[in-house]
Design a protein around this ligand. Structure first.
Ligand code: PLP
Length: 391
């Protein structure tokens, strides 16, 4: 075959994180502290409802925007958990995880070449997804503000950029830093978003994993220009179900649906039935996960600080963004690569999440997996660090 492929896809930079993960995945006996994969089984009522749906032949094309029953359950859930209210199910789209939601939103909001502000560091897959959609990333360096987005940083970036910026992608609690925001910080940010007339894509996938205080949704503060994106991957240990959702002003939702429809047609109907069951589980029945993540966070934080790592204050999600002790004299790529091969424990180089130099000094550690694995991984890391120091 001699016909060329699409240049836009050929020129996509490979996802740095995935490349790294593949490069270490085959190491025998590796303890992985890399994935954002909840170390819990999917709740029993979800499995039961999904199996029942399959047995009842709920396996045909569904409503392209999402089954009305599920969209209604999403409205109830968001009202109950975050006091977030939308007039009707027309304000909701059910998506194939947050991943597909992003693709549909980027394509709707951004014409080719238009800019998207992304507070940096950020979840690496955003950058590939944005390139695929034809948009341009305009990273905001948050390193100097304790990895928090501030109104001043937004003003500064908007004043300096030459890109035609239409929107901001705001993720909190944040992957990879674990940073989240108080209500008053969010109010100040909302003012800045308004001032710059930006669409706000608010990725709140870790909203249930907020350890200090409550999660407050940007959709409440700026309903007319915010698209709230959330899903069941992390909160309900349902990553493989691929179930996400978008909420926003109905006129904008109609536009996003014009992309979402042709992209996926509809999310599998039996998965949506499982999702309805998930959203109806009482909060108390799921709280054990958060308690356990918090226990792992506290353990890993102390362990790493005792070893001389400097941590960004981890307030949510299940990641630690850790600055390597200066005496080790290496960057995150070299450290993570050598650690995987020598000590058989994998962490992710900070540069996989960032456009800026400073992130080279960091690694990201996930504490989503189980406690025994976390303890074993950190012990191996300590042995490795001790050996480097003794050399
Ligand atoms: N957004 C963030 C910030 C993430 O960290 C992840 C997964 O790690 C996703 C989205 C992907 O979510 P989903 O499984 O719903 O596609």
């Amino acid at each position: 075959m001699t016909k060329p492929l699409n240049n836009a896809v050929l020129s996509l930079t490979p996802d740095k994180l995935l490349d790294f993960q593949h490069s270490v995945a085959n190491i025998e006996g590796l303890v992985s502290l890399t994935f954002g994969e909840p170390g819990f089984a999917t709740p029993a009522p979800v499995k039961k409802a999904t199996i029942q749906a399959i047995e009842e032949d709920r396996s045909h094309y569904g409503d392209s925007q999402g089954e009305p029953k599920l969209r209604s359950a999403i409205l109830d859930y968001m009202a109950d958990r975050y006091d977030l209210h939308y007039p009707s199910i027309d304000n909701v789209i059910v998506t194939v995880g947050v991943t597909e939601a992003m693709q549909s939103i980027f394509k709707t909001l951004l014409a080719p070449g238009q800019g998207l502000l992304i507070p940096d560091p950020a979840y690496g897959s955003y950058f590939s997804a944005l390139s695929l959609a034809g948009g341009t990333a305009v990273p905001i360096d948050t390193a100097k503000t304790a990895y928090k987005l501030t109104p001043a940083l937004i003003d500064e970036t908007m004043a300096q950029t030459k890109e035609d910026v239409h929107a901001i992608l705001f993720n909190y609690p944040n992957n990879p830093t674990g940073v989240t925001y108080t209500k008053s910080e969010l109010e100040e940010l909302a003012e800045a978003f308004k001032r710059h007339d930006l669409w706000v894509i608010s990725d709140e996938i870790y909203s249930e994993l907020t350890y200090e205080g409550d999660h407050y949704s940007m959709g409440k503060l700026l309903p007319d220009q915010t698209i709230v994106v959330n899903g069941l991957s992390k909160s309900h240990a349902m990553t493989g179900y691929r179930l996400g959702f978008i909420l926003g002003p109905s006129t904008l939702i109609q536009q996003i649906q014009k992309v979402h429809g042709p992209l996926v047609f509809a999310v599998p109907t039996f998965i949506q039935d499982g999702a309805v069951a998930a959203l109806q589980i009482p909060k108390e029945d799921l709280s054990f996960m958060k308690v356990e993540y918090q226990r792992r966070r506290d353990y890993a934080k102390k362990f790493l600080e005792d070893l001389g790592f400097e941590l960004v204050a981890p307030m949510g999600a299940f990641y630690l963004f850790a600055k390597l002790p200066a005496d080790l004299g290496v960057n995150g790529w070299a450290f993570a690569t050598d650690l995987a091969h020598q000590a058989k424990v994998s962490v992710i180089p900070g540069a996989g999440f960032s456009f800026f130099e400073e992130a080279q000094k960091f690694i990201r550690i996930s504490y989503a997996a189980d406690m025994a694995q976390l303890q074993e991984g950190l012990q191996r890391l300590k042995k490795y660090v001790d050996k480097q120091r003794a050399a």
